[in-house]
Design a protein. Structure first.
Length: 190
């Protein structure tokens, strides 16, 4: 991977995605704390989609509860890798850069909660129709960003394969053209 100099526009775009994601996540969590904590749950579509206040001591979707220190360390390590990866221009496409910015925003959003006095992440989006875990904006940014990153990487791999196949085809055509020229030269000499 080569370090690419990012343009000012790229820096601003990636920073804006990160800041927007953090503000959206923290703003919705504050609203959940203020309005949902006292009532517990609010049905938007009864038995399908509720807003339900939940304090999550674990990772995304409540996994591995009560391992706060581990999550803080893992989050710091991931952010220490992803932030330079993004801002040193190591991503191969705009889509992969945007997806990494989304993952960073989600990671920082949940990190803020874990480092707060409460020490837990506030979750509130409750899809009851499919009996899914309660989650928040940061979880959404991490999941959507990760899915987009996988898509971008698969697309890049596919493009590399096509490029390699084209180069092989051109190379074999050039080799066969040289062979034909040699045969023609031999015919002329006889």
């Amino acid at each position: 991977m080569k370090i690419k100099k990012l343009t000012v526009k790229q820096y601003i775009t990636y920073l804006a995605i990160i800041v927007f994601g953090i503000l959206l996540d923290q703003g919705t969590k504050l609203l959940a704390l203020r309005f949902l904590e006292p009532i517990g749950t609010f049905p938007i579509i009864r038995d399908a989609l509720h807003l339900t206040y939940c304090e999550n001591p674990g990772a995304a979707f409540g996994m591995l509860a009560d391992n706060r220190a581990v999550f803080i360390v893992v989050s710091f390590v991931m952010l220490a890798v992803l932030i330079p990866y993004l801002f040193l221009g190591l991503t191969d496409s705009k889509l992969s850069a945007i997806s990494v910015a989304m993952i960073i925003a989600g990671g920082i959003g949940n990190m803020i909660d874990r480092l707060s006095a409460r020490g837990t992440v506030i979750d509130f989006v409750d899809f009851r129709l499919i009996n899914f875990a309660i989650f928040n904006g940061a979880d959404s940014f991490v999941c959507v960003g990760s899915a987009l990153l996988v898509y971008a990487l698969l697309k890049e791999i596919n493009q590399e394969k096509k490029k390699d196949e084209q180069e092989k085809t051109l190379s074999s055509e050039n080799t066969s053209d040289k062979g034909e020229n040699t045969d023609e030269n031999e015919d002329k000499s006889v």
